[in-house]
Ligand binder design. Sequence first.
Ligand code: S3P
Length: 167
Amino acid sequence: MAPVCVLVGAMGAGKSTVGEALADALGVGFRDTDADVEATAGKPIPEIFFDDGEEHFRALEHAAVIAALESFDGVLALGGGAILAEKTRAALAGHTVVFLSVGLSEAVKRVGFGAGRPLLAVNPRATLRHLLEQRLPLYTEVATLTVPTDDRTPEDVVTEIRAHLRR
Ligand code: S3P
């Protein structure tokens, strides 16, 4: 079993919005590894970062990605930083992985003040600029398709992904 599609991309790329719309269109389930991590830890992501540290969060995240890749056949969205781990990128090999790309201005607009996203607690714009630059090569490394999302509706993005999936 494997997800019909794995969505990667930065915070604000639209993974949840597009993922839910894509899952609806395909008649399959939607799953988000952030939610899986929160369920395992029994607390929201900001509390995991605060209480246990980012390293612990990343370990839970890697385990959540591996579990979902093995047991889920719908549309799977990964947290924006999941691709930081080399072993997570390796596990994505052979899967259909769509990178939702987003420019800095649009990402800033979509995440607002970064509520619920601990990495954006201080200076969200500068942090996002850094993360987008640092992670771009990692997203493209794992992606089988890159779809720009700036100035596009979720429906438009879904149509492009479905053409790639041929379903
Ligand atoms: C993170 C992105 C978040 C969440 C956590 C860390 C990151 O997920 O996993 O706050 O490192 O980019 P979203 O991309 O779904 O917001």
